[in-house]
Design a binder for this molecule. Structure first.
Ligand SMILES: [Zn+2]
Length: 278
């Protein structure tokens, strides 16, 4: 028997093909598993009766450092929550807070079997540094908005410029890369969305955007542009093709069938955030 093998007993295992198996398994150091007969030499026996053995989880829409905001303004509608609870606090956000918050969030991710985050938060270089240090995989997408933010005090143009600089510097590690987080259709002008899209195409990086998160966002977009958010983004030529890095659309709680077809046509990923959407 190779060294470092663990036995988990009474466990439920879901394999890479989604097949569910119950029983006793040997967990090998290379990440593979085999069935246990019960008499192998192992370094540890684990009670699997309350555990699930499966591939690690991935979280495709995070603001990791916002673990520090947890329970602030709990239960408020999105815009009220942002305007009365989150944006005022973020005015005082520093790189140090981002580092501490990201580290705490990554520890929580690991404790729940999550080994990947597609993050969108300020000081993306700091976020990337913590991801690299922790050993998880991730994409750190600096958020682009037209209004000034804690890591881009003069607004959208500066945000784009800084993100361009980070992308030119290359991926921080084999497991961690940068992406471009255009915050939303209501916080980015047409010009900002297009510039970000061109930058993503140039660098082959992903585009990450909050899309149709609330009914108000959808109604406002239609009143302003005569189109729903996904239609509007499509009309701009915003979407990054799947071959070139792809587009991650967070939430998509209020999209029409026509918009679903548009997303599908671009190979864009709709990332639902069930707890948040509820
Ligand atoms: Zn978000």
């Amino acid at each position: 028997m190779e060294e470092g093998v663990r036995r988990i007993t009474g466990a439920r295992l879901i394999d890479h093909d989604g097949v569910v198996q119950d029983g006793n398994f040997l967990l090998h150091p290379d990440g593979s598993y085999s069935k246990s007969k019960g008499d192998e030499d192992v370094v540890e026996n684990i009670d699997g009766s309350t555990r699930l053995v499966t591939r690690s989880l991935q979280n495709w829409h995070t603001h990791l450092a916002m673990i520090l905001n947890r329970s602030m303004g709990e239960g408020l509608p999105l815009m009220e929550w942002l305007e009365t609870s989150i944006f005022p606090v973020e005015k005082g956000l520093t790189a140090e807070f981002v580092e501490v918050g990201t580290r705490a969030a990554v520890a929580e991710m690991i404790s729940t079997g999550t080994t990947f985050a597609c993050d969108m938060y300020y000081h993306p270089d700091v976020v990337a540094g913590v991801l690299v240090e922790s050993g998880v995989r991730g994409i750190s997408c600096g958020p682009i908005t037209d209004f000034p933010t804690p890591s881009y005090p003069s607004g959208g143009a500066e945000a784009l410029q800084m993100m361009d600089g980070l992308l030119r510097g290359g991926a921080p590690s084999e497991r961690v890369e940068y992406g471009i987080g255009t915050h939303s259709v209501y916080s980015c002008s047409e010009e900002t969305l297009l510039k970000a899209s061109e930058m993503a195409a140039e660098h082959g990086s992903i585009l990450h955007i909050h899309t149709s998160e609330t009914r108000k966002e959808v109604a406002d977009c239609h009143a302003e542009h005569g189109m729903y958010p996904v239609e509007y983004l499509d009309s701009l030529g915003y979407f990054q093709s799947a071959e070139d890095g792809g587009t991650v659309c967070a939430h998509c709680g209020w999209v029409t069938k026509r918009e679903m077809r548009i997303l599908s046509g671009h190979g864009a990923h709709a990332v639902h955030c069930p707890t948040s959407n509820q």
